[in-house]
Design a protein around this ligand. Sequence first.
Ligand SMILES: Cc1cc2nc3c(=O)[nH]c(=O)nc-3n(C[C@H](O)[C@H](O)[C@H](O)COP(=O)(O)O)c2cc1C
Length: 303
Amino acid sequence: MSSSAAAVAEKDDVLTAQNNYKIIQEVGNFEETEAKRPDFDHKKPIEVTKSPLPQWKYGDGVPDNGKSLAQQHHEIDPYAADRPMINNYRLLVSGIAPRPVGFISTVSADGQKNLSPFSYFQVVDHDPPMFIVGFSSRPGRVKDTYRNIKETGECVINTVSENMIEAVNATSIDAPYGVSEWDVSGLHEVPSTTVRPSRVAESVFSIEGKVVDIKEFSDHQQPGMSIAANVLIKATRFWVKEGSANADYSHIDVEKLRPVGQLGGISYGRITSTFERPRKKWSEEVPKSELLTKLDATKHNVK
Ligand SMILES: Cc1cc2nc3c(=O)[nH]c(=O)nc-3n(C[C@H](O)[C@H](O)[C@H](O)COP(=O)(O)O)c2cc1C
């Protein structure tokens, strides 16, 4: 095939991929739907309750009279020929929820700024402080954030609070390369110390970071679609909004953070209630529990 014929074939693949791409959900007249809902209560305090089953004992499992055990599970092969990718997307984002939103600021090698949200995102260790971000495949070119991160190896991960969600959601628009989502959102930049991309002034917590590793899933790439990739990022600096943490900056107050999590479909969730469960030590619990005493007797002594 000549190079121009290959370019036409590639363009056709992208057009087909675009027609099949259903990630951005059709929502009909959303303004009308939302108008019927109660207002968001900005002042709602975060209450602290008892845990769901404070009397739970070792071995109790889920005391629901076997109700949940009576329900069978449906097996799914995510790669089945008749299973559309969109079904895996909808299943995963609705079933693995809530997901924190990493709001990522990057700059390309030639200085183009970018700001976008990612909820295939997590902190995965604290020592060293490590983060992971998943960049999904889409028709045509890779996401600008991924392109920038790969080019420069730098980013800032910013947290998302309730008061930021409209602006953050707006930055997910498929703006053309070169258009800055800082302008689209109206959020404010503040300089970073160890990396070139700016921090988001409105965020309670920002993490400057550098890329440690990138895994591209070339074996899974479909015609006309960009490559999917996971990026591992190591923190180089933390920034915490004044008044949001304790004196030694070792704990951020959830009342100040007011985190938003992404759920399935077009839903987000907020924290309105919390409870506590202390973590226990085996040596202290064994003497208090018949079950643990019995289990302790079965342990294998490791030499
Ligand atoms: C809350 C939220 C979370 C998102 N999470 C991801 C994600 O984890 N991975 C991904 O590839 N896209 C995700 N997206 C979509 C991207 O933000 C979107 O494709 C955006 O246009 C990418 O921008 P960029 O091309 O400027 O990097 C998410 C969108 C929203 C609104």
